[in-house]
Design a binder for this molecule. Sequence first.
Ligand SMILES: NC(=O)c1ccc[n+]([C@@H]2O[C@H](COP(=O)([O-])OP(=O)(O)OC[C@H]3O[C@@H](n4cnc5c(N)ncnc54)[C@H](O)[C@@H]3O)[C@@H](O)[C@H]2O)c1
Length: 326
Amino acid sequence: MQIKDGTFMVTGGISLIGSHVTEQLLENGAKTVILFDNYSLGSTEMIEHILKEERVRLVRGDITRVGELYNALEGVDGIFAIAGFLTLPFSANPELGITVNALGHVNVLEAARYRGVSKVIFSSSVATYGDPEPGSIDETRPFRFNTMTPPGVLYGSTKIIGEQLGKLYSERYGVQSVSLRYATVYGERQHYRGVNALYIIDTYDKLMAGERPRIPGDGSEVHDYIHVADVARANLMAMESNVTAEAFNVATGTATNLNRLYEIIAEIVGTDLEPEYGDREGAVRVTTSSQLDFSIEKIGRMIGWTPQVSIEEGIARLIKWRQGQA
Ligand SMILES: NC(=O)c1ccc[n+]([C@@H]2O[C@H](COP(=O)([O-])OP(=O)(O)OC[C@H]3O[C@@H](n4cnc5c(N)ncnc54)[C@H](O)[C@@H]3O)[C@@H](O)[C@H]2O)c1
């Protein structure tokens, strides 16, 4: 499907990822972009520049209500199904988290089916691997959950459900569906809802307040930080491709530990404050491994996507945005 002149819905359209997808849709000549969001987690404050654009329509609606989706989907070619509860809101409200992430996605697919929408791109997560064994992690890796805490397991389970629903609707009803398994997403308009990216913004805020940031454990915990512009580009490329009923890792393939992340932030901010080490009481942790190796071979081969923003550049962009807000 072509982006140019197409009509798209972005559920969770005012979110971190949804707003970047929208920007790229507009840059690539989409005719209309419908932002569908119930404002439960996001707010329109940071996307005023997007809302000024005539091709953008904001619909306040809820994916747990199929009728609202159906009404808003008239004439839509493709849906970016991004609305969802990340681990922190999920652990605060598991009942709603399950409803939105799992049942909400059935509604999206069902409304798409009856409205004749061609394709749905689902925001999944590498949480579908749970706490994987060391070694290269490709899309065939099973969900390893026995070493994890409940919030991560529950969140990952809902993403597995979402992916399988997409496959089912693709095979049974011809609604094309691709699931994108994001690693830790960060970037401009960063929020405080993702457990792993939280560390970046927390560290920055502490340093700006002249306080010593706290690094959990000994700082050897690693994550694969993927910039939101790369994530948005993966969404558009998945929509444009002819691929259906597949899941892909959307990661850099490079792990960065918390000590290195601190160095990058401290260098940009220009501080010589030393961090403290130790866990924060009551903090939600998902995985704490010191090795992580996501394979991005499949998405490169089938969709042609590779990441473009390095961690150093991405963090610099995030901090520049944050400074512009002050
Ligand atoms: N940020 C990450 O690191 C990351 C990693 C992996 C996967 N994901 C997935 O990507 C998606 C978006 O992530 P994000 O960081 O942009 O999230 P976010 O928290 O910024 O946005 C979620 C959006 O969904 C909206 N929403 C929630 N419930 C809704 C409902 N019932 N109906 C309509 N809208 C609703 C919220 O108001 C919010 O704007 C989520 O599905 C998340 O699980 C994110």
